[in-house]
Design a protein around this ligand. Structure first.
Ligand code: B12
Ligand code: SF4
Ligand code: SF4
Length: 401
């Protein structure tokens, strides 16, 4: 909207009235679309926390999430994403549905109990952007993202006054806690900004102390390579052995640092009307999921976040959780995976590790069988996954896991 940039007192006054009207419309419409929070921040170029992001990326803390580093310049400068970018519109949706079953064999992160948030949040954001375009009656540029763009969503959310960034690096709203998913619209419209909120973490460090892998290496700093969420969702292939025990019963994602945050005493159970959810995933069944074939996997998780890890990733994670359970009832299922020559070496290798952890005569017999089948050509298999599988079996069979 070019008239917004006229250095003219009359026009500027008009723009402010219009901007306020649009912002009010936005908040009401966002609420109607089901969002629990909506706020506006002025775009700054580069974003004031650019150096934090660049240092994080330069340290290698993004691990294999190379896409975060590849477009670092755009992440730090919204003007490279939308020409003439002037405002962030940020929305948040509460996804809290209560807690996992206390006696569950495994835990799936809460956000994955509901249909993939990218889909329904993007749909609602598209409606919000389309409505705003009609409201302003102009050629406004409006680009919306839910994880899908080169933008720092938490940074924008904090500056738009939705809450503050806690030491666990997630956004906390004082009256809702930290169970919020975010989405943003980046626009060239100049909208009046909301005031940012101050940090209320104080001297608390519960999240840092609770993290089982030491991934929160300092307040407000997460090393993704150590984070269970990264290890069980983003990382393809082999989970580094040093983290497998610490993963415990976390089958997909991790909520530990979020769970311990005292601000969740204000969390409210979300209505999430019209959004499909899987209450059964409060109590996931890793032994049953270990038996899933490709087609069954796709049909069970279609439209849900777990689809992202593909069958190989899910079965790999099931093996780790079952190994950590120490439950001898898991031996036969793990043995089937390990001895199946058509199974992926990654799943077979993690099954071997799990059998090594469970121990006992039955597990040792399976490992000895696998070892003798695989030991031919043990030293120099040219395929790195097969070579790794053999090494995992060898380590598990010799009792060194
Ligand atoms: C990559 C990524 C991850 C990685 C890395 C996480 C991380 N901490 O960086 C992994 C896979 C580990 C991950 C895990 C999770 N993620 Co994630 N993830 C992302 C993604 C795609 C990019 C984040 C990023 O750029 N990280 C790099 C770091 C450097 O940036 P940053 O943490 O955002 O920090 C910036 C600002 O916050 C600011 N800042 C940070 N600290 C401080 C401190 C002070 C004092 C100040 C002033 C500023 C400041 O500076 C930084 C640079 O601008 C975002 C979506 C998006 N595009 O933003 C979702 C996102 C951050 N993830 C989200 C969620 C829900 C999770 C999980 C809870 C999922 C789960 N249950 O398993 C965990 C939480 C783990 C944790 N403790 O962070 C939500 C967070 C919602 C919220 N309430 O904050 C997001 C926003 C997705 C969404 N659309 O809702 N995630
Ligand atoms: S999500 Fe889990 S592993 Fe990652 S920082 Fe939080 S507690 Fe640590
Ligand atoms: S647990 Fe404590 S330090 Fe961590 S984010 Fe919550 S209030 Fe802040």
């Amino acid at each position: 909207m070019s008239e917004f940039r006229e250095p003219n007192a009359m026009t500027d006054g008009y723009a402010q009235v219009e901007g306020t009207r649009w912002r009010d419309w936005l908040k009401a419409e966002a609420a109607r679309l089901g969002f629990d929070r909506c706020g506006v921040a002025a775009v700054q170029r580069p974003v004031p926390t650019a150096n934090r992001f660049l240092a994080w990326a330069a340290d290698g803390r993004a691990g294999e999430m190379e896409y975060l580093v590849r477009n670092a310049d755009r992440r730090c400068d919204p003007g490279l994403v939308v020409e003439g970018a002037a405002s962030w519109i940020v929305v948040a949706r509460n996804i809290y549905l209560g807690d996992p079953a206390p006696d569950a064999a495994a835990v799936v992160a809460r956000y994955a109990w509901v249909r993939d948030y990218h889909r329904w949040m993007e749909k609602a954001l598209k409606s919000l952007a389309t409505g705003l375009r009609a409201e302003v009656g102009g050629e406004a540029k409006l680009r919306y993202y839910v994880d899908t763009g080169p933008v720092l969503e938490r940074d924008a959310a904090a500056r738009a006054g939705l809450g503050w960034i806690g030491k666990h690096t997630n956004l906390i709203a004082p009256d809702l806690g930290n169970w919020l998913m975010l989405g943003v619209i980046l626009t060239d419209l100049e909208l009046p900004a909301d005031p940012p909120m101050r940090d209320h973490c104080g001297r608390c460090r519960r999240c840092i102390d609770a993290c089982p892998t030491g991934a929160i290496t300092a307040p407000y700093r997460v090393d993704a390579r150590r984070c269970i969420s990264y290890l069980t969702i983003e990382l393809r292939g082999w989970i580094p052995t040093e983290f497998r025990v610490a993963i415990g019963n976390r089958l997909f994602g991790c909520d530990i640092c979020l769970e311990v945050c005292p601000w969740n005493r204000f969390a409210k159970v979300a209505a999430l009307e019209g959004i499909e959810r899987r209450e059964a995933w409060r109590r996931p069944k890793p032994l049953e999921w270990l038996e899933l074939g490709e087609a069954e996997f796709r049909s069970l998780f279609q439209g849900h976040p777990i689809l992202r890890v593909k069958r190989e990733g899910l079965l790999r994670n099931c093996c780790v959780v079952l190994g950590n359970s120490g439950d001898p009832a898991a031996v036969s299922g793990l043995a089937r995976r390990l001895l199946d020559e058509h199974e992926s070496p990654v799943v077979r290798g993690h099954a071997a590790w799990a059998l090594g952890r469970i121990g006992g005569a039955a597990a040792r017999a399976v490992l000895a069988d696998a070892h003798s089948r695989l030991s031919a050509g043990f030293q120099d298999d040219p395929d790195p996954d097969r070579a790794r599988l053999k090494a995992e079996v060898c380590a598990a069979a010799s009792g060194s896991v």
